[in-house]
Design a protein around this ligand. Structure first.
Ligand code: ADP
Ligand code: MN
Ligand code: MN
Ligand code: MN
Length: 333
């Protein structure tokens, strides 16, 4: 028998945006093949996570996806849904809003974030600001990028865990970075993003650096952080057609407010119409247009097959809510 370490990970009940929580369960198996069905439900004190009242505090963690833990011997990361004791999804359980039949949707999340140290973005001087934006995006060289060692460690950890990471880049503000997570199926893509966020938080503990997911961490002429959502379904990828893509964009235009409602808190500070964003008050779409709400990538417009990029979601958005809303709108609901 071997004792395995299972890190049960869930989203708490804090508003406006939930936090990651986790605790370790030790289980002995002769062998563990990675099957989620072998893992038992587990309870936790919901009164400490804003998910229950003290007098009836038990909530239930239901394992839904397992990854090898890149940092622990005989360890696994276990993404969990939070359930009520009666077996129904807890109100904070946004993953349960995604239905099985939507597996033909693929998602690519571009997670932007800012490393923080001593209450400032990593690399910002003690007083005042660094040189204005311009040299930092995809930069190389001391003084132009900060935190590359963490980025590298996180990228390797994601690869080792089998998370669908597709790339990383330094962003427009000093101390700001992005990684991209792609998955076939909304639950796979969103679970992978949650696991990647978890690994980033854990790696940053070693460095004494914090992760800021606020969409506008530095006011003024500094880029905010988004979570562009790239999406496609089978019809967009295989049948395609200019008409199809334009009709989808028009469906999105009609639901702009409903989308903004689930695209992350404080997003109005970021979606100003400046810094490669469209104003939160407006909806627009266009080929290659990085000032639009939805960008039609140039390679999609070449033969009108492929995916669309919704540029509105903010860095702190809940990927389950975002994916569920995108699917609903594409389907015309
Ligand atoms: P940008 O030019 O906007 O910075 P990125 O390369 O950062 O683009 O991100 C694009 C994301 O879109 C990647 O994660 C990629 O895997 C994803 N993607 C590519 N094709 C599709 C598709 N057909 N459906 C959904 N997402 C896709
Ligand atoms: Mn990108
Ligand atoms: Mn970006
Ligand atoms: Mn993008």
């Amino acid at each position: 028998m071997t004792t395995f370490k299972f890190e049960y990970i869930w989203l708490d009940g804090y508003t406006p945006e939930p936090n990651l929580r986790s605790k370790t369960k030790l289980i002995s198996f002769d062998n563990f093949d990675g099957s989620v069905s072998l893992l038992p439900d587990w309870s936790f004190d919901g009164s400490s996570t804003k998910q229950a009242e003290g007098h009836s505090s038990d909530c239930v963690l239901k394992p839904v996806r397992v990854y090898p833990d890149p940092h622990r011997r005989n360890g696994f990361l276990v993404i969990c849904e939070v359930m009520l004791p009666n077996g129904k999804p807890h109100p904070s359980n946004t993953r349960s809003k995604i239905k099985r039949k939507d597996e033909d949707f693929w998602f690519g999340f571009e997670q932007e974030y800012v490393f923080m140290f001593d209450g400032k973005p990593l690399g910002f001087p003690e007083d005042g600001f660094p040189a204005p934006q311009g040299p930092y995006y995809c930069a190389v060289g001391s003084g132009k990028v900060e935190g590359r060692d963490i980025v590298e460690e996180h990228m390797d950890a994601c690869i080792d865990a089998g998370i669908g990471i597709t790339g990383v880049n330094a962003e427009v503000m000093l101390g700001q970075w992005e990684y991209q997570i792609f998955g076939k199926g909304p639950k796979k893509a969103a679970d992978d993003l949650i696991a990647a966020r978890y690994l980033m938080e854990r790696i940053c503990e070693e460095y004494g650096v914090e992760i800021e997911l606020h969409p506008k961490p530095v006011k003024g002429d500094w880029n905010g952080s988004g979570m562009h959502v790239n999406f496609s379904n089978e019809e967009m990828r295989e049948q395609g057609g200019k008409k199809l893509f334009e009709s989808i964009c028009k469906k999105f235009a009609a639901k702009h407010k409903e989308h903004i409602a689930v695209y992350g808190a404080y997003n109005e500070e970021r979606l100003t119409g400046l810094h490669e964003t469209q104003s939160i008050e407006k909806f627009s779409f266009g080929v290659s247009d990085r000032g639009a709400s939805i960008r039609i990538p140039v390679h999609t417009a070449e033969n009108w097959k492929g995916y669309l990029e919704d540029r509105r979601p903010s860095s702190n958005a809940d990927p389950y809510l975002v994916a569920a809303r995108v699917i609903r709108t594409v389907k015309g609901k």
